[in-house]
Design a protein around this ligand. Structure first.
Ligand code: PLP
Length: 364
């Protein structure tokens, strides 16, 4: 069955890098084949580069970004632990739900959608939480938050508190410096700025997190002790845990090779340039951006639907007539906001111009 070749300018997935597509067509190897193990080792090294970390436990988990979120809390929350979560969009809300399922006493610090995380409010929410968590790039609203400032504040107050950062929409598009920022547990997804199809969750876990981890988490599949025995190996070599998705890992390897060859700073600059072109163009058309000025993500632009315009109809026409996917808003903003992504391979001026031209036509 031939599927349509779309231009994916929504909140994800994005069109993968051509290198990642080639990586997908590489021969399938066994997950314990020494040749594959060297690919896996290289992927973990390249992930350390994009995460900005020396954490030995840095690896792709076999699932989407939400599995990364699940693994973050499953391996660190003990029933009754206080977990302070900055909620400034849908994914902060999801973190609260996931952490609560592992028995956390969640203190959700609610922010208006469209605003960045307020470090002082998060700090003031509880004097000694076990974990503080926040979303770096809130895809649901198009907002970037300062995780470095949050990490510095949290760790200055206590060496014991762990910082969880959701970097699903930032990794590979906005620079992340996990070690410098004090991120103890970071997770991402492959389908956005990393330019790989959905299916893997790049993950990093600090030594401090390892010292306070839950030794037998309630979910076997994401038990980092068991996963580490495969990814890092032990005295007896690599221990089978589950069959690694070798094709997806080869695709991630190819995309990471491309990203690190371009340079993470250069990739981030490319995302900033493309995002600025789109955001300037939208404002030139008389449209109003949704996210707070000064905190807008370049890779995901949220824009208000003009009064009297049928949001879904416009998205439908973009898809049917131009083959362009953009996203709706979320929750209470479902029909009043559009979300336009320029991520990974799509973080280019021509893609910005393409969606602007199509929108101009559709809006008349
Ligand atoms: N966190 C953020 C910020 C996201 O944007 C997403 C997905 O859009 C997720 C978590 C969940 O990732 P996934 O849909 O890959 O499971």
């Amino acid at each position: 069955m031939a599927l349509s070749d779309r231009t994916l300018l929504g909140p994800g997935p994005s069109n993968p890098y051509p290198e990642a597509v080639l990586g997908l067509s590489a021969p399938i190897l066994g997950h314990l084949d020494p040749e594959f193990i060297s690919v896996l080792d290289r992927v973990c090294d390249r992930l350390r580069t994009v995460w900005g970390t020396a954490n030995p436990l840095t690896m792709p988990l076999s699932g989407t970004g939400s599995l990364g979120m699940e693994a973050a809390f499953a391996n660190t929350v003990r029933p009754g632990d206080t977990v302070v979560i900055a909620v400034n969009g849908l994914f902060g809300r999801r973190m609260s739900e996931v952490a609560a399922r592992y028995g956390a006493e969640v203190v959700a610090v609610e922010h208006a959608f469209g605003e960045p995380v307020d470090v002082q409010r998060v700090l003031d929410a509880h004097p000694s939480p076990a974990i503080v968590a926040a979303v770096h790039a809130e895809t649901s609203t198009g907002v970037l938050s300062d995780i470095g400032a949050l990490g510095a504040a949290v760790h200055e107050r206590s060496e014991e508190t762990l910082l969880v950062a959701d970097c699903v929409t930032s990794l590979g598009g906005t620079e992340v410096a996990a070690d410098d920022w004090g991120i103890d547990i970071g997770y991402s997804g492959t389908q956005k700025c990393l330019g790989v199809p959905p299916g893997l969750a790049p993950f990093t876990f600090s030594e401090r997190a390892w010292r306070r981890r839950v030794e037998t988490p309630p979910v076997w599949y994401i038990d980092l002790g068991l996963l580490g025995a495969y990814v890092r190996g032990g005295p007896g070599g690599r221990a089978y845990h589950h069959t690694a998705p070798v094709g997806m890992i080869a695709a991630l390897d190819a995309a990471l090779e491309r990203i690190t060859a371009e340079g993470t700073a250069e990739v981030a600059a490319r995302h900033r340039a493309a995002g600025a072109r789109l955001q300037d163009g939208l404002e030139d058309m008389g449209l109003e951006l949704f996210a707070a000025k000064g905190h807008r993500l370049p890779q995901l632009t949220s824009v208000k639907v003009p009064d009297g315009v049928d949001s879904a109809k416009v998205r439908g026409r973009l898809l049917d007539e131009y083959g362009i996917e953009i996203g709706a808003g979320v929750a209470e903003y479902a029909s009043t906001v559009w979300r336009i992504g320029l991520m990974g391979h799509n973080a280019r001026p021509d893609r910005a111009e393409l969606v602007l031209a199509a929108l101009r036509e559709v809006l008349g």
